[in-house]
Design a protein around this ligand. Structure first.
Ligand code: NAP
Length: 501
């Protein structure tokens, strides 16, 4: 019998069920088996969570902790996550269908994010402004932004939550976390850890449920000061529009259509191998996946044939399959979306070199497995090049010059990430500078670090997560001017003095 977590909303320091008693079954993307059952929050529950966060923030209790105290809390959370890492990775793997080994990597990254922000909390946050007048003490101070709605996606549930939760805590904010309705388990585990670590009541709240029911109220409620959202472009636009009604701050991490550019002078063995990982890791359900291959014409046939052969050989399987290299898509609905995307690409003239359909393998029949797919002869105008499939689908375009590679790489509404492969370091530097994407890898694909900012140009988002900027999202800046020797301004003549003259 799978674990049940029916009192799985965490509001004002208490575990409780939904106000109307609703629950939701979480089913495995691998075989549709029941993974767990969790509470399904109502709009009333979302409102209660906002009230708890608001009251805790307005009490000033947590925000008046010193930076060092909050750093110690976040470090304790990192320690407890490390203690429970194996267990939480299993939960994450169960909900997402990803292999346990991938979830293990994710947990290690989550812990490093908490540790990084625990360290950053200890650095200097205030600034003295030298105004050239010894009577004046002018200081710029950082204060918590207030109550935050933290809304995340299903592909890296805990990792994306950690990018928000850790800096929000360091800043002294109170928050409501809403993970995807499909992947709630690791967020429940995180709340338990935060509670055990000594997070004050009402600071960290968790609501589970559908975006339209419990996510939307978090973005419209005037008691919320900031919405930090990671997810799709359409949802991001809707959230921005809603949040504008109460002039909330918004931080958006949206989709990507990321160019992976291979020049003829690159180390082709490394470039080909990384191109396969870039697009097929986690079955392409990665915002920064290298889904757009741009390849120099003279090496096109070799590169594309090699990638297609590698795609055909990829082993798919569920969380417990130790021989599997990648897993299922998250849901039947998503499988349908990816299938339609490929059908449309073929109708537009793309040439199918590998995959292109749901896996027919007997052992995968109950899950949402889509074959690693390579589409050649693509043009920038085609919708498969412009739209995010969020599945294991590579589109291939060909270029003849550096200028054309840059133009193609920038010909997208998105601007999240991109890579350039070449042995010419000057060319690499020129292309990296010219590409309008938030992360550029040179002769590599995919690494990121908690210390380095992550985020998108253009429609890939607003703001940055990770790095110092990831903390700044959760801070308000205030200038405090103190005159230590108050005196009359003397600007307007005093009327009484005028009369007495
Ligand atoms: P999504 O459908 O936009 O959902 C994201 C979150 O928003 C979920 O928790 C969802 O709830 C919630 N939501 C839906 N409608 C809402 C509304 N009207 N108001 C408030 N919240 C609402 O995205 P997804 O399918 O989960 O994730 C895939 C997308 O995330 C891709 O586009 C990917 O590129 C992007 N992503 C970006 C990054 C990055 O760093 N830039 C990282 C990871 C993923 P429910 O799911 O419960 O309905």
């Amino acid at each position: 019998m799978p674990a049940q977590s029916v009192n799985s909303l965490f509001i004002d320091g208490q575990w409780r069920g939904a106000s109307d008693g609703s629950t939701r079954e979480i089913r495995s993307p691998h075989d549709s088996s029941l993974v767990t059952k969790v509470s399904e929050a109502t709009a009333q529950d979302a409102s209660d969570a906002i009230a708890a966060a608001r009251a805790s923030f307005d009490s000033g209790l947590f925000s008046s902790w010193s930076w060092a105290q909050r750093s110690a809390l976040v470090a304790r959370i990192a320690d407890l996550l490390e203690r429970d890492a194996e267990k939480i990775a299993m939960l994450e793997s169960g909900d997402t269908g990803k292999r346990v080994i991938e979830a293990d990597y994710d947990l290690a990254d989550v812990i490093s994010v908490f540790r990084y922000y625990a360290g950053l909390g200890l650095s200097e946050h205030d600034r003295v402004v030298h105004v050239g007048d010894e009577r004046i003490d002018s200081r710029v101070v950082s204060e918590p932004v207030g109550v935050c709605a933290l809304i995340g996606p299903w592909n890296y549930p805990l990792l994306q939550a950690s990018w928000k939760v850790a800096p929000a805590l360091i800043a002294g904010c109170s928050f409501i976390l809403k993970p995807s309705e499909l992947t709630p388990s690791s967020a429940i585990a995180l709340m338990k850890v935060m509670d055990e670590a000594g997070t004050p009541k009402g600071v960290a709240n968790l609501v589970l449920g559908a975006g339209a029911v419990v996510g939307a109220p978090l973005t419209s409620d005037k008691r919320v000061d900031l919405v930090s959202f990671t997810g799709g472009l359409a949802t991001g636009k809707a959230i921005m529009a809603t949040a504008s009604q109460t002039v909330k701050k918004v931080a958006l991490e949206l989709g990507g259509k990321n160019p992976n550019i291979i020049f003829a002078d690159a180390d082709l063995e490394a470039a080909i191998d990384n191109a396969v990982t870039a697009v097929f890791l986690h079955s392409g359900q990665v915002c920064s996946a290298g889904t757009r291959l741009l390849v120099e014409r003279s090496i096109h046939d070799h590169v594309v044939e090699s990638i297609a052969a590698r795609a055909n050989a990829i082993r798919m399987g569920g969380p417990a399959d130790l021989t599997a290299e990648t897993g299922p898509l998250i849901s039947q609905a998503h499988l349908g979306k990816v299938s339609l995307y490929v059908e449309k690409a073929l109708a537009e003239g793309a040439q199918l070199l590998a995959g292109g359909k749901r896996s027919t393998h007997e052992s995968l029949a109950k899950g949402w497995y889509f074959e690693p797919t390579v589409l050649d002869n693509c043009r920038t105008s085609m919708s498969c090049v412009q739209d995010e499939s969020f599945g294991p689908v590579l589109t291939v375009e060909t270029f003849d010059s550096e200028a054309e590679a840059i133009a193609l790489g920038n010909d997208t509404i998105y601007g999240l990430a991109g890579a350039v492969w070449t042995s010419d370091s000057d060319k690499a530097a020129r292309v990296a500078k010219a590409l309008r994407h938030g992360t550029i890898w040179i002769n590599d694909f995919g690494p990121y670090k908690a210390q380095a900012e992550w985020g998108g140009f253009k429609a890939s988002g607003i703001g940055r997560e990770l790095g110092p900027s990831g903390l700044h999202e959760y801070l308000e800046i205030k200038h405090i001017w103190t005159n230590t020797s108050p005196a009359r301004s003397g600007w307007f003549e005093d009327s009484l003095e005028r009369e007495s003259k």
